[in-house]
Write a protein of this length. Structure first.
Length: 500
């Protein structure tokens, strides 16, 4: 008994030490990141720095410490979404990195995690994760910024953020209906790097590089191993020339990859060239950098961007755990630069496919001055079946948001139809039917209300009356024409046809 008690209290003391580390980290105040304006070239060749030799955290020094209580403490810290937990991660795995380096977006890109050996020092990899990384055969490699790696739960392989960026063996299994290019973008590409699928807007693929690769990426066929940090300038010129000679195009969405991984100079060159096209009304940028690389949103970048209004941004968010103080600061800088911000979220099984998670995400985005815009049904890319949900789940989430939170927090739920069908919005069925002159409507509580739709009823009655008159006229005409054809003389048949 004494031995058992001794082991119990030793474990309690080590757990207490672990909590003290976490508590001390939470009290640390992070300084404002430096203003970084440097660009990078040749990012695809940059791996983890050779001088980087991370050591295991105290949490993993002894297996005795990894118990349920410690796990709950770690999960609780992660749930606070406080930047101080990221500070714990930095001190343990990047002990030589200065505070200013950690907040330098170029440093973050140079030290991204790109191999299983490095990742295994930071996370307790599951067998599934380890085998997926070791026997990798998919197009999309491992790529995570140190900042985002600090948001991952080291003990829980099914944590939402961890599942979204760490490889899974299910990615190697394709099911019927999945393709590498489910949206048929390649078929609507008049020149390399440009997709013209809608009448008045085009998709400008400025780069094939992302700071962090999402495992459900729709364009995994062109990023990762096949992607380049920045496409050649000649390719950009060809795409711009197409837009210049196509006056129906009034809207350009710059995407990739992630265009904000380019240097300020390259982004400004592209924006300035597009702004010289007279028939372009506005430009949009699609990015996930505020979530995975918030250090990229520097004062210098926002000062440059605000010179090219009207400029809009579509920000990719997955889960409420991404809404950290660093991300809030990044979104505030963009909003203060006068850039309207909208969010795009992919519905993912086991990650964000419940009403409460989506409500927290959408409400949190509004607090960061980001308007929830789209919830996408996950595209059927090859190896994505473990991410996709039934469409009924998306409708359930929209029904659980509408009426239960602010209208501004309710995005559009859409399916980007396979084969270049475009975005198709889906809504729960709120029309329950008709009762004479009344339209029966179902509200968010499931109650039925009657709306006096007398104008529509009158229009329906008029249409029915007109239809009846047309039917009678056709019947009379048929009778008359039959009679004339039957009794007319052969010499008069030509005149009869004219009469009819």
């Amino acid at each position: 008994t004494r031995t058992r008690n001794h082991g119990y209290w030793r474990n309690k003391m080590k757990t207490h030490i672990c909590k003290e580390i976490v508590t001390a980290a939470i009290s640390e105040k992070d300084a404002e990141p430096p203003e970084t304006n440097a660009g990078l070239s040749g990012l695809s060749g940059i791996e983890t720095s050779p001088s980087f030799t991370p050591t295991p955290t105290m949490i993993f020094d002894s297996p005795e410490i990894i118990n349920d209580e410690t796990s709950r403490a770690i999960t609780q810290v992660g749930a606070t979404r406080d930047s101080s937990w990221n500070s714990v991660f930095r001190k343990q795995f990047f002990p030589t990195a200065r505070h200013s380096e950690w907040h330098d977006w170029c440093w973050q890109l140079q030290h991204r995690i790109t191999n299983g050996e490095t990742l295994s020092r930071m996370l307790d990899l599951s067998e599934n994760e380890r085998l997926a990384i070791e026997g990798w055969g998919a197009a999309l490699p491992l790529n995570i910024t140190p900042y985002y790696a600090g948001l991952l739960n080291p003990l829980d392989p099914v944590q939402p953020l961890r599942r979204s960026v760490v490889p899974d063996r299910a990615e190697l299994t394709s099911v019927p209906g999945e393709t590498d290019d489910p949206l048929g973008e390649d078929a609507y590409s008049p020149v390399p790097g440009l997709v013209h699928r809608y009448p008045d807007r085009v998709l400008f693929l400025a780069t094939g590089f992302c700071a962090t690769y999402c495992r459900y990426c729709t364009r995994s066929r062109i990023v990762g191993n096949c992607g380049k940090p920045g496409y050649e300038k000649a390719q950009w010129e060809r795409a711009i020339a197409y837009i210049e000679t196509t006056p129906t195009v009034r809207d350009v969405l710059i995407s990739g990859g992630d265009p904000l991984t380019l240097s300020d100079d390259k982004i400004e060159w592209l924006l300035s060239r597009l702004r010289r096209i007279p028939h372009l009304d506005f430009i949009r940028i699609g990015t996930k950098t505020p979530a995975v690389l918030p250090q990229r949103i520097t004062p210098a970048l926002t000062r440059m961007l605000k010179r090219y209004h009207p400029l809009w941004m579509s920000l990719h968010f997955t889960h409420p755990s991404e809404l950290t103080p660093e991300t809030r600061r990044a979104c505030e800088r963009l909003a203060n630069a006068g850039i309207p911000l909208g969010s795009q979220t992919v519905l993912l099984s086991g990650i964000n496919d419940n009403i409460q998670t989506m409500k927290q995400l959408m409400q949190g985005l509004l607090r960061m001055r980001v308007k929830p815009y789209y919830i996408y049904q996950c595209d059927p890319i090859s190896g994505s079946s473990h991410f996709r949900t039934p469409v009924s789940k998306g409708l359930e989430i929209i029904q659980g948001l509408r009426g239960f939170t602010s209208g501004y927090a309710v995005p559009h739920y859409v399916i980007d139809a396979p084969g270049s069908g475009g975005k198709i919005p889906l809504l729960p069925d709120y029309v329950a039917g008709r009762d004479d002159n009344f339209l029966l409507l179902r509200n968010y509580e499931g109650k039925i209300y009657r709306y006096p739709d007398t104008i529509a009823a009158a229009m329906i009655e008029t249409k029915n009356k007109d239809t009846k008159q047309i039917s009678e006229l056709k019947r009379n005409t048929a009778t008359k024409s039959g009679f004339l054809r039957k009794y007319a003389l052969p010499s008069d048949l030509q005149n009869v046809e004219k009469i009819i």
